[in-house]
Write a protein that binds this ligand. Structure first.
Ligand code: GLN
Length: 361
């Protein structure tokens, strides 16, 4: 069956329908990872978006359900050059197309994803519609496409009740704004007892549970849509509890402290984004998925300093809060997919919690 991708600028790409045949309007973003498609499809930060994979053959090692970063997929649409129908991998349990059907993801293959990505780079991230309706009327659908905005995303993806992963090390409260599984796992593997809290849990409840540290997760949408959460983070900042934050968590902590965020032209989504540690000068490869960023020069100088920058475009990739046990990063130290170069940041967080706990005793 034919399928069409219609961009907000009126460009139409014709391809073949894969996965669900439902019609979706979403934000169209591209990811440059060569592998890790299942981790990408189950990263809750893509809620309300359709993902274009720039690598031309996707699905060639099948579906390994263990690799999922969330039991659900919040990706609306999936755009590829070619989907593999003959996966070859001893871990594979299914074909990728079955996964797209099972999770109601509207897919399209046969798209010139290079041309599409160039367009998104030149004009910036755009909304788009994926449809199997051959009789669409461009003038009718374009206003709807243009009007689309990702809303209430954190509420949709966050857990509804708190859960505990037992451990006999440091006690960590993980705020789930749409957390990828490997964040809790990375802490738990290092012995931490991880309590995962719904995004809208009050600061009072977190503080009353007396955690050794607080982890703020990644998550979807515009950070400025999370006003009530930002208010709670201000209260958490005011305590002496060590805090480590990733991606959306990093953006929200910056907003809670007087900095600003802005939407990037096309964002960073891939598994080889170089980030430079400004203390040592060393560059690490990182996994990334973000469309917003902490705006340059908006971080109050007496509150935090920039710890990492992106080596490609010099945008802010990390903050270290002055006089506080708080550090935050825009990239993904939990990887999945992607290089594990920056996993040492979890060890840094654990050291920080231990030193802080010793000092208190
Ligand atoms: N992975 C994330 O946490 C993304 C944060 C935010 N939704 C952005 O796109 O910038």
């Amino acid at each position: 069956m034919k399928a069409f991708l219609i961009l907000a600028d009126g460009t139409v790409y014709e391809g073949e329908s894969i996965g669900s045949t439902r019609e979706v309007i979403s934000e169209i973003v591209f990811n440059t990872s060569m592998t890790g498609y299942l981790e990408i499809l189950t990263d809750p930060s893509y809620c309300g978006q359709s993902v274009v994979m720039t690598y031309p053959l996707i699905g060639n090692y099948g579906v390994c359900y263990e690799d999922m970063e969330d039991p659900e997929s919040y990706v609306d649409g999936y755009i590829v050059r070619e989907i593999s129908n003959s996966p070859s991998n001893f871990r594979s349990e299914d074909k990728l197309e079955k996964f797209l059907v099972d999770h109601d993801i509207a897919g399209i293959q046969g798209v010139d994803t290079r041309a599409l990505t160039k367009r998104l780079r030149n004009y910036g991230t755009m909304n788009g519609m994926i449809t199997t309706n051959e009789n669409f009327v461009l003038e009718e659908v374009l206003p709807k496409i243009k009007a689309y905005k990702v809303t209430d995303a954190v509420k949709r993806v966050s857990c509804k009740e708190k859960t505990v992963l037992p451990g006999d090390g440091m006690k960590v409260a993980l705020m789930d704004f749409g957390a990828k599984k490997n964040i809790a796992k990375s802490l738990n593997e290092r012995g931490c007892e991880v309590t995962i809290y719904p995004a809208y849990t009050s600061a009072e409840e977190i503080i009353a549970s007396n955690p050794d540290g607080i982890m703020l997760s990644n998550g979807p949408g515009d950070p400025k849509d999370c006003g009530p959460i930002i208010e709670e983070l201000k209260k958490l900042y005011a305590t002496d509890i060590p805090i480590f934050a990733i991606c959306l968590g990093h953006q929200l902590m910056a907003l809670a402290n007087g900095a600003d965020t802005r939407k990037m032209k096309w964002g960073h989504r891939g598994a080889n984004h170089p980030v430079k540690d400004l203390t040592t000068g060393r560059v690490y490869m990182s996994s990334q998925n973000h469309g917003y960023v902490v705006a340059d020069k908006t971080v109050p100088e007496d509150v935090a300093e920039i710890s990492f920058i992106n080596a490609n475009d010099a945008s802010t990739e990390g903050l270290h809060y002055l006089g506080k046990n708080i550090f935050t990063v825009q990239f993904h130290p939990e990887a999945c997919p992607g290089p594990q170069d920056t996993a040492f940041l979890f060890d840094k967080f654990i050291d920080m919690m231990e030193v802080n706990k010793d000092a208190e005793e």
